[in-house]
Design a protein around this ligand. Structure first.
Ligand SMILES: Nc1ncnc2c1ncn2[C@@H]1O[C@H](COP(=O)(O)OP(=O)(O)OP(=O)(O)O)[C@@H](O)[C@H]1O
Length: 749
């Protein structure tokens, strides 16, 4: 392959099509400048602010304004070049400290701290890479503003929480889990010494159940608030009330009571600050100006129909023409990542031997955490790392070595479909990204030095993008958050939210909770519902675990639910070897369907583990197209679920041996909304809704026609598919009431 055939960004197109873009920023005239002392003497020949940068043709690109901010905003100016670094030290720690002091935010440290001291709520805007997420918590700790309490920093994504904790622990010259810790679902590293904790918004929301006033925290930082994830919105609503109560009770009680007070800091690079400031009246908006390194942005001249192919061509254009530096490519989902990985591998193998090697690192949520963490490893000098990521790499993180970003402009977004049917479901749909996402993606370059972002969409497309995504609470299923709120004695309907979900979604969630026994007739939470909320699982899964007590099969159900909760799929989907995969899967096949097939796999793996060493186990998994990471992760998850069982006095060792019915029926208690019956045309109609589903081709039941099915989830591609499917008896479903709600139900047994 010749590099020229891959060209998407031609040199001669640059002046017209490859314009640098900048973050819009507030008009400094409207804002109070904190202190001139904070500023460095100007160096006139450079202006490193926003997404500015000199074009390859030498043109300078000016900055613009992104969001109007409210009056009273403070701008902390840091738009000049940082001071020369202190004398370099040979130790890594000294090097890290030098990096810290060179960050734009370091220049406004004292001014920021004064604002944090004065205001209970601050909304902090600062450009990507300015140092908000890593530095602000450390400033708060070192200045004593956090007093005796802990500082929580919430993140919408696991990978951000863990990688930030690692970085900040290194900056504190300590190990993760001591002064700096993290907590994400199924993984926590913290101790009595922990003062700064990075945690997902879901985890802190869960903490509300055991500590409704979040009393161990004196400061809660809600980071990447622009994402408006569902848990962030629920957390913010709760924080407002908690702060009012805590601060009112500490009022006038003297110094000792200071630690009862709660400070809230909302942070992002691309935030509608005004909306947050209105929600928290009396809050202060602070703008940290300046970024450490410029990012030059290029747009494609024409719209790209095949974004995977365009990404591939752009990658090789960079690889063959540009200086060393790793490349981060944003794609919507796993299928595109796998397809691009194949083509890059193929073309890279045809490059001349003197070309740098290409190391491909996929990064997506359903891949095991350990695998995702590999992207943070440094690359040997003769290798260019090419990270193929979904939007899990979009915010907060710094991937060492990344100099180039390729942005396809696409993402997958969770949406609740068919909400009017009462039997709706969450599904992922591919869509165009928002301006906020585009800026965040570009911001992943330029973190260790000047960066470049190649957008595979036109400048007009960028201009026409909406500013930010619709809040998740407006577009997702609400079963799990509604159960958690009920446990807290709160109603979603009456909560003081920034945006309110629609009534259909709330009714659908209430209906599911009622059907699985979490709520009684009057909508009050039951003891069963409280027990369900104890598990770090979707309520439908925790209901299955609790039902297993009655059927004496908790051991089997825990194993299956642990596999279903793992972040990666158990079965490797290898489309090139479809027949071999199918043949191998047949060995584990259980006539009742996929759930017991999963159990057969785990049992077989356990037997292998008794006789084989690590490499033998790995080889066995490879031969059977199984993902060992999923098996290992599920083992950890199972141990955590066992602990919850112990707290609930549920015998997790109880086993039903080889019987399948108790297991399927336990699952049926939880997945009652995910049941369907066969129709004459071979499709299945939801027992509790109006949608029609097909059995997913990956299921062991895909060629079968069985009267009634229970399934774990639906996936939506060109059709609606039920995935992880088992046969369930009609009489059992009738007993649950699942077949009573539709007029065209089949004749019952
Ligand atoms: N793991 C890391 N390895 C190397 N440098 C890092 C790492 N994490 C952070 N940094 C450095 O610290 C800088 C600031 O990172 P930080 O996450 O605090 O910025 P931010 O303002 O929160 O950015 P964003 O809005 O993108 O989250 C980065 O640009 C990078 O130079």
């Amino acid at each position: 392959m010749c590099a020229k055939t891959l060209r998407l960004f031609h040199e001669n197109r640059k002046p017209a099509s490859l314009r640098g873009r900048s973050f819009k920023r507030p008009n400094p005239g409207r804002y109070v400048e904190i202190s001139d002392d904070e500023r460095r003497p100007k160096k006139k020949h450079h202006k490193h602010n926003g997404m500015n940068g000199s074009m390859p043709n030498g043109k300078h690109v000016s900055s613009k304004k992104i969001n109007g901010l409210v009056n009273g905003t403070t701008v902390v100016h840091m738009d000049d070049e940082p001071d020369a670094a202190p004398v370099a030290s040979s130790s890594k720690f000294a090097d890290i400290q030098r990096q810290r002091t060179n960050l734009p935010i370091a220049r406004g440290k004292e001014a920021l701290l004064n604002e944090f001291r004065e205001y209970d709520v601050t909304v902090l805007l600062g450009e990507t890479g300015s140092g908000k997420t890593t530095q602000v918590p450390q400033y708060l700790l070192e200045s004593g503003i956090a007093a005796e309490g802990m500082i929580a920093v919430t993140q919408p994504r696991k990978v951000a929480a863990t990688s930030l904790a690692n970085r900040v622990a290194a900056e504190q010259n300590s190990r993760v889990g001591s002064v700096v810790g993290y907590a994400v679902r199924f993984d926590e590293r913290s101790s009595a010494d922990t003062r700064i904790k990075y945690l997902t918004d879901g985890m802190i929301f869960r903490e509300l159940m055991s500590d409704p006033m979040l009393s161990k925290y004196s400061i809660i930082i809600v980071d990447e608030a622009h994402e408006r994830s569902l848990r962030t919105d629920l957390l913010i609503a709760n924080l407002k009330t908690i702060q009012q109560r805590r601060n009112a009770s500490s009022e006038g009680k003297g110094k000792g009571k200071e630690k009862e007070r709660l400070k809230i800091i909302i942070m992002s690079a691309t935030l509608d600050a005004e909306k947050f400031a209105k929600f928290f009246s009396g809050s202060k908006v602070i703008y940290v100006q300046g970024r450490q390194h410029p990012v030059t942005i290029y747009h494609s001249a024409q719209s790209q129909v095949d974004y995977v192919d365009s990404a591939m061509r752009t990658f090789f254009q960079i690889h063959t023409d540009q200086p060393p530096g790793d490349v981060l490519i944003f794609l919507p989902g796993q299928e595109d990542i796998e397809s691009l990985e194949k083509s890059i591998r193929l073309y890279a193998s045809q490059l001349p031997p003197d070309q740098q090697e290409v190391l491909i690192c996929p990064m997506y949520a359903s891949q095991a955490a350990g695998q995702n963490a590999k992207v943070f490893n440094t690359t040997p000098s003769n290798t260019r790392k090419c990270i193929l990521a979904t939007n899990i790499a979009e915010t907060s993180i710094t991937i060492p070595g990344v100099k180039y970003v390729i942005d396809t402009g696409k993402c997958k977004e969770k949406r609740y479909l068919a909400k009017n049917t009462g039997g709706g479901f969450d599904t992922l749909m591919t869509r165009d990204i928002t301006k906020s996402s585009a800026m965040q993606r570009a911001g992943r370059a330029g973190r260790e030095g000047p960066g470049f972002c190649f957008r595979l969409y036109t400048e007009d497309s960028f201009k026409n993008m909406s500013l930010s995504a619709e809040p998740e609470i407006m577009r997702c299923g609400l079963t799990s958050p509604m159960l958690q709120l009920k446990c807290l004695g709160q109603q979603l309907e009456t909560l003081d939210l920034m945006d309110r979900p629609d009534m259909d979604s709330m009714i659908a969630a209430l209906k599911t909770l009622f059907l699985i026994g979490a709520l009684d007739q009057s909508g009050e939470i039951t003891q069963l519902g409280r027990d369900m909320a104890m598990f770090p699982l979707e309520p439908v899964h925790s209901r299955a675990v609790l039902a297993s007590k009655e059927y004496g099969c908790t051991s089997e159900v825990l194993t299956i639910i642990a596999i279903l909760s793992a972040s990666s799929n158990l079965f490797v989907d290898n489309s090139d070897q479809r027949d071999a995969v199918a043949e191998s899967r047949r060995k584990f096949k259980h006539a009742s369907g996929d759930h017991l097939t999963i159990l057969n796999v785990v049992r077989a793996y356990r037997d292998v583990a008794l006789s084989e060493n690590k490499s033998g186990r790995r080889e066995w998994c490879r031969k059977h197209f199984l993902n060992e990471r999923a098996l290992l992760e599920a083992n950890d998850i199972r141990e955590q679920l066992q602990q919850t069982c112990e707290r609930l006095k549920l015998d997790w060792k109880a086993s039903c041996g080889e019987r399948d019915e108790p297991v399927i029926q336990s699952l049926g208690h939880g997945l009652v909304m995910n049941t369907a019956f066969l129709q004459p045309d071979g499709t299945y109609k939801q027992a509790m809704g109006q949608s029609t589903v097909k059995i997913h081709p990956s299921s062991v039941l895909c060629d079968k026609k069985v009267p009634t099915i229970v399934y774990n989830e639906v996936v939506y591609t060109n059709q609606i598919y039920a995935r992880t499917v088992s046969v369930i008896s009609k009489s059992f479903l009738a007993g649950l009431g699942a077949l009573k709600t539709t007029s065209d139900r089949p004749a019952l047994d």
